[in-house]
Design a protein around this ligand. Structure first.
Ligand code: FES
Length: 166
């Protein structure tokens, strides 16, 4: 009789211990899974205004390549922290900054001034001078960065490279 009681309390203790152990393992496993779902809500998109030159440097109607540090550059990242944009001065006060990254797979597009098109060397994607899709595999228009003029400096709102999601 005493042995049965002892066995029951031992069995009950082991079951409780396994329950606690299972609970701890479940919590440990679920932390990264919960993190995956909450991370996009917590992450703030890094955006920074970057100066690309005095307004007088750009002629109306011209499209030129400008480079600037990306929005999340760090002091030790060097050259890889730079990104670029095709910048067009549309009027005295209006600029358009196109992403250099093709919306197909991200290759840098070239501006062909005589034809007034952007051409992607990777798979032949073509965009019109306003960045709209013209031909080839790209699924959408070239992305644009917001542009502003501050104290005669043209500034581009640097943000992470727009990645195409098919
Ligand atoms: S990456 Fe530009 S067409 Fe494929």
């Amino acid at each position: 009789m005493k042995n049965d009681l002892n066995m029951d309390s031992r069995r009950s203790f082991i079951i409780k211990l396994l329950g606690i152990f299972g609970g701890i393992v479940t919590i440990i496993i679920s932390i990264p899974v919960i993190g995956v779902f909450l991370e996009p809500l917590a992450r703030k998109k890094p955006e920074t205004w970057r100066s690309v030159g005095n307004i007088d440097k750009f002629k109306t109607g011209e499209t030129v390549l400008v480079d600037f540090p990306n929005s999340s550059s760090l002091p030790w990242t060097g050259t890889v922290s730079k990104t670029a944009s095709w910048l067009r001065r549309v009027s005295d006060t209006q600029f358009i900054a196109f992403s250099v990254h093709c919306t197909h797979l991200g290759c840098p597009v070239h501006w062909l001034p005589d034809a007034e098109i952007f051409l992607c060397p990777c798979h032949g994607g073509v965009f019109n001078k306003d960045g709209s899709y013209a031909a080839g595999p790209p699924p959408k228009n070239l992305s644009q960065y917001p542009v502003r003029i501050e104290k005669n400096e043209v500034q581009i709102l640097a943000s992470p490279i727009p990645i195409t999601t098919l």
